[in-house]
Design a protein around this ligand. Structure first.
Ligand SMILES: [Zn+2]
Length: 150
Protein backbone atom coordinates (compact mmCIF):
# COMPACT_ATOMS: atom_id res chain seq x y z
CA UNK A 1 0.00 0.00 0.00
CA UNK A 2 2.50 2.68 1.17
CA UNK A 3 6.17 3.45 1.00
CA UNK A 4 7.18 5.92 3.70
CA UNK A 5 10.24 8.07 3.12
CA UNK A 6 13.01 8.62 5.69
CA UNK A 7 12.32 11.09 8.53
CA UNK A 8 8.82 9.60 8.72
CA UNK A 9 9.62 6.49 10.77
CA UNK A 10 7.04 7.20 13.47
CA UNK A 11 4.35 7.76 10.87
CA UNK A 12 5.24 4.40 9.29
CA UNK A 13 4.71 2.58 12.62
CA UNK A 14 1.32 4.22 13.13
CA UNK A 15 0.18 3.38 9.62
CA UNK A 16 1.04 -0.25 10.36
CA UNK A 17 -0.97 -0.14 13.58
CA UNK A 18 -3.86 1.28 11.56
CA UNK A 19 -3.57 -1.87 9.45
CA UNK A 20 -1.82 -0.63 6.33
CA UNK A 21 0.94 -2.50 4.56
CA UNK A 22 3.74 0.06 4.95
CA UNK A 23 7.35 -0.24 3.86
CA UNK A 24 9.80 2.16 5.47
CA UNK A 25 13.45 2.58 4.68
CA UNK A 26 15.92 5.12 5.98
CA UNK A 27 18.75 4.11 3.70
CA UNK A 28 17.34 3.66 0.18
CA UNK A 29 18.32 6.23 -2.43
CA UNK A 30 15.76 8.15 -4.49
CA UNK A 31 16.16 5.89 -7.53
CA UNK A 32 15.63 2.74 -5.44
CA UNK A 33 12.56 4.24 -3.78
CA UNK A 34 10.98 5.22 -7.08
CA UNK A 35 11.81 1.85 -8.62
CA UNK A 36 10.17 0.02 -5.72
CA UNK A 37 7.05 2.20 -5.89
CA UNK A 38 6.75 1.63 -9.62
CA UNK A 39 7.20 -2.13 -9.33
CA UNK A 40 4.85 -2.62 -6.41
CA UNK A 41 2.33 0.17 -7.01
CA UNK A 42 2.94 1.54 -3.53
CA UNK A 43 1.92 5.11 -2.77
CA UNK A 44 4.92 7.21 -1.80
CA UNK A 45 4.54 9.32 1.35
CA UNK A 46 7.25 11.93 1.68
CA UNK A 47 8.26 15.27 3.17
CA UNK A 48 10.88 15.78 0.49
CA UNK A 49 9.57 18.17 -2.20
CA UNK A 50 12.37 17.35 -4.61
CA UNK A 51 11.66 13.61 -4.43
CA UNK A 52 7.95 14.36 -4.72
CA UNK A 53 8.49 16.29 -7.94
CA UNK A 54 10.61 13.53 -9.48
CA UNK A 55 8.22 10.77 -8.44
CA UNK A 56 5.17 12.60 -9.80
CA UNK A 57 7.02 13.05 -13.11
CA UNK A 58 7.48 9.29 -13.24
CA UNK A 59 3.80 8.68 -12.69
CA UNK A 60 4.12 7.44 -9.09
CA UNK A 61 1.18 8.18 -6.85
CA UNK A 62 2.42 10.40 -4.01
CA UNK A 63 1.16 11.95 -0.82
CA UNK A 64 3.02 14.94 0.61
CA UNK A 65 3.09 15.72 4.32
CA UNK A 66 4.32 19.06 5.66
CA UNK A 67 4.21 18.63 9.43
CA UNK A 68 7.10 17.35 11.57
CA UNK A 69 4.72 15.71 14.02
CA UNK A 70 3.32 12.24 13.26
CA UNK A 71 -0.10 13.13 14.69
CA UNK A 72 -0.45 16.08 12.34
CA UNK A 73 0.96 13.97 9.51
CA UNK A 74 -1.86 11.47 10.07
CA UNK A 75 -4.40 14.31 10.02
CA UNK A 76 -2.91 15.63 6.77
CA UNK A 77 -3.09 12.17 5.20
CA UNK A 78 -6.63 11.55 6.38
CA UNK A 79 -7.76 14.60 4.40
CA UNK A 80 -6.42 13.03 1.21
CA UNK A 81 -7.14 9.34 1.68
CA UNK A 82 -9.39 7.16 3.80
CA UNK A 83 -7.40 5.95 6.81
CA UNK A 84 -10.30 4.05 8.31
CA UNK A 85 -9.31 0.42 8.04
CA UNK A 86 -11.05 -2.67 9.25
CA UNK A 87 -7.70 -4.29 9.91
CA UNK A 88 -6.52 -2.04 12.71
CA UNK A 89 -4.01 -3.55 15.10
CA UNK A 90 -3.49 -6.55 12.85
CA UNK A 91 0.09 -5.80 11.88
CA UNK A 92 3.43 -5.59 13.73
CA UNK A 93 4.44 -1.93 13.97
CA UNK A 94 8.12 -2.85 13.67
CA UNK A 95 8.11 -5.51 10.96
CA UNK A 96 5.00 -4.73 8.88
CA UNK A 97 4.06 -8.41 9.14
CA UNK A 98 0.50 -9.58 9.83
CA UNK A 99 -0.01 -10.88 13.36
CA UNK A 100 -1.19 -14.41 14.12
CA UNK A 101 -2.83 -15.83 17.23
CA UNK A 102 -0.23 -16.44 19.93
CA UNK A 103 -0.07 -19.92 21.38
CA UNK A 104 -0.05 -20.66 25.08
CA UNK A 105 3.67 -21.23 25.24
CA UNK A 106 4.46 -17.83 23.71
CA UNK A 107 2.00 -16.13 26.02
CA UNK A 108 3.53 -17.74 29.13
CA UNK A 109 7.00 -16.78 28.01
CA UNK A 110 6.40 -13.17 26.98
CA UNK A 111 3.36 -11.74 28.71
CA UNK A 112 3.47 -10.47 32.30
CA UNK A 113 1.48 -12.72 34.63
CA UNK A 114 -1.08 -10.07 35.64
CA UNK A 115 -1.84 -9.44 31.96
CA UNK A 116 -2.37 -13.15 31.39
CA UNK A 117 -4.99 -13.00 34.14
CA UNK A 118 -6.92 -10.08 32.66
CA UNK A 119 -6.62 -10.43 28.87
CA UNK A 120 -7.61 -13.30 26.66
CA UNK A 121 -6.62 -12.26 23.14
CA UNK A 122 -2.93 -12.34 22.33
CA UNK A 123 -1.29 -11.92 18.95
CA UNK A 124 2.18 -12.85 17.85
CA UNK A 125 4.41 -11.31 15.20
CA UNK A 126 5.88 -14.31 13.34
CA UNK A 127 8.86 -12.19 12.28
CA UNK A 128 10.15 -10.65 15.52
CA UNK A 129 8.28 -12.74 18.08
CA UNK A 130 6.71 -9.76 19.82
CA UNK A 131 3.38 -10.47 21.51
CA UNK A 132 0.56 -7.91 21.30
CA UNK A 133 -2.59 -7.61 23.38
CA UNK A 134 -5.36 -5.11 23.93
CA UNK A 135 -4.55 -2.93 26.91
CA UNK A 136 -0.90 -2.50 26.13
CA UNK A 137 0.59 0.29 24.02
CA UNK A 138 -2.00 -0.69 21.44
CA UNK A 139 -4.79 0.83 23.50
CA UNK A 140 -2.79 4.02 23.88
CA UNK A 141 -2.41 4.22 20.12
CA UNK A 142 -6.14 3.58 19.65
CA UNK A 143 -6.92 6.46 21.99
CA UNK A 144 -4.65 8.77 20.02
CA UNK A 145 -6.24 7.70 16.73
CA UNK A 146 -9.69 8.42 18.16
CA UNK A 147 -8.64 11.90 19.27
CA UNK A 148 -7.34 12.59 15.77
CA UNK A 149 -10.71 11.58 14.37
CA UNK A 150 -9.43 8.40 12.75
ZN1 LIG B 1 7.43 -7.89 14.39
Amino acid sequence: MFFVDRMLGKLAKKLRLLGFDTVYSSHMCEEEIMQLCKETGRILITKDRELLRKAVEQGIRCLYVASDDWRQQLVELSKKIDLKSSKRMSRCSLCNVELINANEEEIKKKVPFYVQQTCKDFYLCPACGRVYWAGSHVEHAEETFRRLGL
